[in-house]
Design a protein around this ligand. Structure first.
Ligand code: SF4
Length: 82
C-alpha cells in the first residue's frame, strides 16, 4: 500500500502525529498509510473548499477535546451530505 500523496505536507499529521494519542496513530496507519486513504474526509474538504480545519480528523470529526465551532458553516453542511 502506497502512502497518501499528502502525507509529508498534511497539516493534521504535522500537528497531531507523535502526540502520544493512540487513536492518532490508528488514523495514520489506516488512512494515511492504509487502505482508507481515498476515504479521507480531509481530502474531500480540500477538493471542495481549498482549505481544511486543522482539527478535522481523516474521518471528518473534530479531534478529541475540540469541536466544530471554528469551522465554516458550509463545511459543516458539506459533511452532512457526504
Ligand atoms: S489525513 Fe488524509 S490528507 Fe492527510 S495524510 Fe492522512 S490520508 Fe492524507
Amino acid at each position: 500500500m502506497t502512502e497518501c500523496e499528502n502525507l509529508k505536507s498534511c497539516q493534521w499529521v504535522k500537528e497531531y502525529s507523535g502526540s502520544n494519542e493512540v487513536y492518532v496513530e490508528y488514523f495514520v496507519k489506516n488512512y494515511c498509510k492504509g487502505s482508507m486513504q481515498e476515504r479521507c474526509v480531509r481530502k474531500k474538504v480540500k477538493a471542495e473548499f481549498g482549505e481544511i480545519p486543522l482539527n478535522m480528523q481523516p474521518n471528518g470529526k473534530p479531534m478529541r477535546g475540540t469541536d466544530e465551532s471554528g469551522w465554516k458553516p458550509e463545511i459543516s453542511d458539506f459533511l452532512k451530505k457526504i
